[in-house]
Design a protein around this ligand. Structure first.
Ligand code: HEC
Length: 118
C-alpha cells in the first residue's frame, strides 16, 4: 500500500513540473547575465525591455511582458540567437551568434530571457 501511495505522489509531482525546456543553476544564470551584457544589451537593454532609442527603432519586443514572452517558444528563441533574425523586408536585424556562443551558452541565454519577465 505504501508503495502505491508513493508512486501516485511521484506521478503527481512529475505532472506538476512546468514544461520548461531549458533551466539555469545560479552559476549558469550569472554567466548568462554576463553574456547578455556583453552581446545583447546594446539592443535589447539590460532589463530586456528594449526601451532604448535603438531598441524602439528596431521595434524590439519587451521581454518584461508576458505577451512578448508568450510570442515565441524556447526553440524559436534558440534559433534566433544561433541564426540571427531577418525582418519582413529581408533585412538582417540581428546577427547570428552560432560562432560566438556555444550551444549551451545560447540555451542558457534563452532560459535567462525567461527570467526577465516581470
Ligand atoms: C543589433 C541589435 C541586436 C542585438 C545585439 C541582439 N539582438 Fe536579438 N533581436 C534584435 C531584433 C531587431 C530582433 C527582432 C525583433 C524582436 O523580436 O524583438 C531580435 C530578436 C531576438 C529574439 C527572437 C524573439 C522572437 O520573437 O522570436 C531573441 C530570442 C533575441 N533577439 C535574443 C538576443 C540575444 C540573446 C542576444 C545576444 C546574444 C541578442 N538578441 C542580440 C536585435 C538585436
Amino acid at each position: 500500500m505504501k508503495r502505491i501511495v508513493t508512486s501516485t505522489l511521484l506521478v503527481a509531482a512529475v505532472a506538476a513540473i512546468p514544461t520548461v525546456a531549458f533551466s539555469l543553476t545560479d552559476a549558469e544564470k550569472a554567466a548568462a547575465a554576463a553574456s547578455w551584457s556583453t552581446h545583447c544589451v546594446r539592443c535589447h537593454t539590460l532589463d530586456g525591455s528594449g526601451s532604448s532609442t535603438l531598441g524602439q527603432k528596431l521595434k524590439l519586443k519587451d521581454y518584461t511582458k508576458a505577451e512578448a514572452q508568450a510570442s515565441f517558444t524556447d526553440e524559436e528563441a534558440l534559433k534566433a540567437i544561433k541564426e540571427g533574425v531577418t525582418n519582413s523586408a529581408g533585412k538582417k536585424v540581428m546577427s547570428p551568434y552560432a560562432e560566438k556562443l556555444s550551444d549551451q551558452e545560447s540555451k542558457d541565454l534563452v532560459a535567462f530571457i525567461r527570467t526577465l519577465k516581470k
